[in-house]
Design a protein around this ligand. Structure first.
Ligand code: CA
Length: 262
């Protein structure tokens, strides 16, 4: 249970103890997050307004880390937006303060009985996070407001980090085989995507590979130093056709900032 108000925390801890739960408590967001990452809890009671890291951020980071313990979020009465944000952040239920303890106990029983639901993994490349199941994306902890097509395009990039994706391949996957338009639409949507995903954050993750297509920089943690050519994403992922094109236009490949390449 993560709750910063000590009287509420003591009350809930005692009440839940009497219900037969074994309860760990945290008083702020970071310590609650740390405990929830370190332990497998049957359920997490998470206050929304917390010092240093609020309940929404705690929940998002838990989900981004692939931890699916059911979360019930405590919100102040009438904070409709916060409730919606809480559910969007991956909370399973919410309860508006003030609430009766019996109601919390009942909801908690239901959540624990249901257990953590199986969810597809959240995808992460660098500071980009994608939740394919809920069709939501973040740069760091900032939610990205993407249209369905923009999301599909970003999802394709995130599923193939460091890989050069040709316009044709993008067109086939994101617009499906039946699409009769030109590949200009890919360029157009990459521009839209950059405006939302890169520019506001001063990053240039979606790279143009001239004569070929586009590539999402793989996060620096994906490319440990010293592995050399074996770790070159082009060697690992490119299909022969693309590799040919890359070889044909070797000087057109933009060098990534800070990248060291033999
Ligand atoms: Ca609070």
């Amino acid at each position: 249970m993560v709750e910063d108000e000590s009287r509420m925390r003591d009350l809930l801890e005692r009440g839940l103890g009497e219900e037969g739960y074994s309860v760990d408590t945290a008083q702020d967001g970071p310590s609650g997050l740390w405990m929830a990452l370190e332990n497998d809890y049957s359920a997490i009671v998470l206050d929304l307004m917390l010092p240093r890291l609020d309940g929404i951020a705690v929940c998002e980071r838990l989900r981004a880390a692939g931890r699916w313990a059911p979360v019930i979020m405590l919100t102040a009465r009438g904070e409709m937006d916060d409730r919606v944000r809480g559910l969007d952040a991956g909370a399973d239920d919410y309860l508006a303060k003030p609430f009766g303890f019996a109601e919390l106990a009942a909801r908690l029983r239901a959540l624990v009985r249901r257990g953590s639901t199986e969810r597809p993994p959240v995808l992460t490349v660098g500071s980009l996070t994608l939740d394919p199941a809920r069709r939501r994306a973040w740069r760091g902890s900032t939610p990205l407001d993407l249209s369905p097509k923009e999301f599909s395009l970003l999802e394709m990039f995130v599923r193939h980090p460091g890989e050069v994706l040709s316009r044709t391949r993008i067109l086939e996957q994101v617009w499906d085989f039946a699409y009769m338009g030109t590949s200009n639409v890919v360029d157009q949507y990459v521009t839209y995507l950059r405006r939302k995903v890169d520019k506001p954050f001063g990053s240039t993750d979606i790279e143009t590979v001239r004569g070929v297509g586009y590539r999402l920089k793989s996060g620096s943690h994906d490319a440990p130093q010293g592995i050399g050519a074996l770790n070159d994403p082009q060697d690992r992922y490119c299909d022969p056709e693309q590799l040919d094109q890359v070889k044909r236009y070797p000087t057109s490949l933009p060098r990534r900032e800070g990248e060291t390449r033999e």
